[in-house]
Write a protein that binds this ligand. Structure first.
Ligand code: GUN
Length: 286
């Protein structure tokens, strides 16, 4: 058996097209272009690429897209000052401070300084808390993208066993809560999990978010399972690869997201969706 591929690029393109229409309608209705400001501190090359791609996608969708570059020597107080100015700026509907930040800056302090109503990353504790309690919030973009992919593929989650490998605040923990909200039975695994292969083998849905190249082998996958690979790694040969050994897993799984072209493109699409949502909430009733 060969698994069906989930085409993240195509699903992301349809989300982006819908957001673009929403942005045009919003602008026509309010006379205001929804704005996204991305802040980059320092010169991390991977962050530079991510930020450039976010800005390009935002511009293409019709947002007022701004990027603020600060030197690596920026102090925590300077960054907090900038965040306060962006919070007060009515032309800014979404704020994204690219992580990681230089070590003299406390990331959680910066995240907590962002107005939760402009926190389009969904990282603020208020939004994380609302995810737990089920209220309206901004969902973190990668988990939101995963859920959107699963919905697009009409994957039934109710009553299924979902195994999430990885417990980060950005992916593992929030995706587990989202799957739970769809009535899956959820197991969260991590580096201390005993006999990880046996646990993964019980998963009808497996979400791999560990950040280790090709760690999850085909022999760990239950036949017919849905496999979502969040990894973005380089293998020994320098090739971009996920956390799942794709060539093996594709022989066993029923549905699988590839790397590249799976979860990655979804993340930016959901950022745009969140930014449009932030603008719409801000001007609701106008
Ligand atoms: N660094 C890597 N991924 C992300 C993300 O989704 N948002 C932010 N702010 N920083 C990141």
């Amino acid at each position: 058996m060969t698994a069906k591929l989930i085409d993240g690029k195509a699903i992301a393109a349809s989300v982006r097209a819908a957001v673009k229409e929403g942005v045009a309608a919003f602008t026509a209705r309010t006379g205001v272009r929804p704005g996204l400001t991305v802040v980059l501190v320092g010169e991390n090359p991977a962050s530079q690429v991510y930020v450039r791609n976010k800005g390009k996608a935002a511009t293409e969708a019709g947002f007022l897209s701004r990027q603020i570059d600060l030197p690596a020597s920026t102090s925590e107080a300077e960054l907090l000052n900038l965040v306060a100015r962006l919070n007060a700026d009515d032309t800014v509907h979404g704020i994204l401070v690219q992580l990681p930040l230089p070590k003299q800056i406390d990331e959680s302090k910066v995240i907590e300084a962002i107005d939760p109503a402009k926190d389009v990353d969904g990282f603020h504790p208020v939004n994380a808390g609302r995810l737990f309690t089920g209220g309206a919030s901004f969902l973190p973009c990668t988990p939101y993208g995963i859920l959107t992919m699963l919905d697009h593929e009409k994957v039934e989650l109710k009553g299924k066993h979902a195994v999430v490998v990885g417990r980060s605040n950005i992916v593992g923990k929030p995706v587990a809560i989202l799957l739970l909200s769809r009535h899956a039975t959820v197991t969260i695994c991590h580096s201390r999990t005993v006999d990880l292969p046996s646990v993964v083998r019980t998963g009808d849905v497996v979400v791999a978010a560990v950040g280790r190249a090709e760690m999850i082998r085909g022999s760990w996958i239950k036949p017919g399972a849905v496999v979502i690979d969040v990894g973005m790694n380089r293998n020994a040969a320098g090739k971009l690869c996920g956390d799942v050994a794709f060539d093996e897993a594709t022989e066993v799984a029923g549905l699988i997201s590839p790397v590249p072209g799976g979860v990655g493109p979804m993340t930016i699409a959901m950022l745009l969706q969140n930014t449009l949502e932030a603008a719409s909430r801000r001007t609701a009733g106008r």
